[in-house]
Design a protein around this ligand. Structure first.
Ligand code: ADP
Length: 293
């Protein structure tokens, strides 16, 4: 990789000189290759992918900007994104990570609850983005149930059909989609700003003990959808949940709805990573269907 063009873009965006000492490859990302560009005084975090993925980086930068503007949970600030030769690139502030503890976990729970108090009048967002590398539509909708049905579950089911996952998944999935209203008896979600892809791999703690979230798939939706994903692959502590609940209580129906929300991510995993997720998706649909009339 010739880093000179990206160094110049950083200098143009920041208006400051940047002398690159070392470009270090970082492990951990599922989708992109990631680097730390270490300078004399400052370092930058850079993601690279094929040039045609630039819109994905533009959406990520917009999400980070929206999250940062809430002054709730810390996020890396976007510096610049663009295309250089065959690569799309996204440059962010580089954050040194530290170790979480009870205090930082509690702070994270409180701050996430405050993030979720940032609301707008409708579900969706001002632009589409991606979840992993899968397109994620965010068309404006005043009706959350219809939003979840059409833009989340049915969208992923259609992608799955196009990849050849037909049969029981499609039939039972469509039947479930017709019954969604049954999960929302007496519960009226508000359009909260969500991280959108909040698993343990997209959260950390900085050296000062501040929680940090990154790699978002933002939109305005039911805050339970973010909470559900924190439980999907483990990784969030009891202190985190206790502090979240103290700041913003959680409706009792969440226990059932969280599976409905995580079904979206399991369908996305099926579409991204293949048939290993098919039986999990079918089992979730079957279990959800048995829980409502
Ligand atoms: P991908 O989009 O490929 O999934 P991530 O955004 O998850 O990539 O980043 C990959 C890894 O890089 C993360 O797991 C995290 O450890 C680290 N990382 C992400 N953002 C930053 C940042 N701004 N500063 C330092 N390290 C970061």
């Amino acid at each position: 990789m010739n880093w000179q063009a990206i160094v110049e873009t950083i200098e143009n965006a920041t208006g400051a000189n940047f002398k690159l000492i070392n470009a270090r490859s970082l492990a951990g990302g599922d989708i992109n290759s990631a680097y730390c560009l270490q300078g004399v005084e400052k370092s930058y975090f850079v993601k690279l992918n094929r040039a045609d993925t630039i819109d994905m980086f533009a959406a990520e930068a917009a999400g980070l900007t929206e999250l940062a503007a809430t002054h709730t949970v810390r996020t890396p600030l976007p510096v610049v994104h663009g295309v250089s030769a065959a690569n799309a690139f996204l440059v962010l502030e580089y954050i040194e990570f530290g170790v979480s503890n009870k205090t930082s976990d509690r702070l994270f729970g409180q701050q996430l609850a405050l993030l979720h108090q940032q609301q707008q009048p409708y579900f969706g967002w001002h632009r589409n983005n991606t979840i992993g590398s899968t397109p994620q539509p965010n068309n404006r909708n005043e009706d959350w149930i219809e939003f979840w049905r059409t833009q989340r579950l049915q969208y992923q089911l259609k992608l799955a059909a196009a990849k050849g996952y037909c049969g029981n998944l499609q039939t039972s999935g469509e039947q479930l989609c017709e019954k969604l209203v049954g999960f929302f008896d007496g519960y009226h979600p508000l359009p909260s700003l969500l991280h959108g892809d909040l698993w343990g791999g997209n959260a950390a703690t900085d050296r000062q003990g501040n929680p940090v979230i990154f790699d978002p798939a933002c939109y305005y939706g039911d805050r339970e959808a973010d909470l559900a994903m924190t439980e999907l692959f483990g990784g969030f502590s009891q202190d985190f949940y206790a502090a979240y609940r103290e700041t913003c209580p959680i409706d009792t129906g969440y226990t059932t709805r969280k599976k409905l929300y995580n079904l979206y991510h399991i369908l996305n995993h099926l579409n991204l990573f293949g048939s290993g997720y098919l039986s999990q998706a079918e089992n979730m649909i079957s279990s959800l269907s048995s829980e409502i009339r």
